[in-house]
Design a protein around this ligand. Structure first.
Ligand SMILES: C[S@@+](CC[C@H](N)C(=O)[O-])C[C@H]1O[C@@H](n2cnc3c(N)ncnc32)[C@H](O)[C@@H]1O
Length: 220
């Protein structure tokens, strides 16, 4: 599993039980106060410091209540963020860092789903634990947009869920084999690729088998 002690198990119980039901308000309650995702922090670190007077753009797909956006903005980036859940976006707008960035034009927030999103060109595309919730019929088009939006040298950070994950049985989720996942990154250098394939480990948690790919990749 992801073992960074500064960024504890991000899909911890009972947040994942809310995610299984797509009860996003309960999910956001349970994730409140959690740090940004380790994959995002790795990608930001790989880019190093940015010129704030000519800030590059990061896209956050399925941004939820904005925990990753705060880190993106604090690191000097501009951001374009989207999610289909209005409650998450309201929580995001209530964060001081996000409200300030919206008012000075550094952050654009769009309520849309993955099925109809139009992703702008960006130097970084972050999708933390969100792409598995794209309906599988729409995932190829969504991935094409992600790939087209990134220039050479741009990075993707985020998670894809594997075929051995228990949620692969749910027909509204996108789950890929390891080979299918790696094939998405043929034209990328994988800077971090971690496969998590384990039963749940939280005491009292309802059992779930996790199969997750944690990815940071740079486009060639
Ligand atoms: C597990 S949460 C992850 C949220 C946040 N990125 C994080 O790391 O905690 C999944 C997010 O995807 C969003 N989502 C689910 N289905 C979606 C869809 N079809 N289109 C856009 N966003 C969707 C949810 O509203 C939720 O905010």
């Amino acid at each position: 599993m992801t073992s960074d002690p500064a960024n504890p198990d991000p899909h911890q119980a009972p947040a994942h039980e809310a995610a299984e039901r797509r009860d996003w308000s309960a999910y956001f309650d349970r994730m409140e106060g959690k740090p940004p995702r380790a994959t995002l922090l790795r990608a930001l670190e790989k880019f190093g410091s940015v010129d704030r007077s000519d800030a590059p753009l990061a896209v956050d797909l399925g941004c939820g209540a904005g925990q990753d956006l705060v880190a993106i903005l604090e690191n000097g980036w501009r951001a374009w963020a989207c999610d289909s859940n209005p409650d998450g976006l309201a929580r995001l707008r209530a964060r001081r860092a996000c409200a300030d960035a919206i008012s000075d034009g550094r952050l654009t927030v769009v309520e849309t789903d993955f099925q109809s999103v139009r992703i702008p060109p960006a130097t970084l595309i972050n999708a933390s634990f969100s792409l598995p919730f794209c309906p599988p019929d729409h995932f190829p088009a969504l991935w094409s947009q992600i790939d087209a939006a990134l220039p050479p040298g741009g990075r993707f950070s985020g998670q894809l869920f594997g075929d051995r994950d228990d949620w692969a049985l749910l027909d509204d989720r996108t789950h890929l084999t390891r080979a299918e996942t790696l094939a998405l990154f043929d034209e990328y250098i994988l800077e971090h690729f971690e496969e998590e394939d384990r039963p749940s480990s939280h005491a009292g948690e309802h059992h779930k088998h996790w199969h997750i790919f944690h990815i940071v990749a740079r486009k060639r």
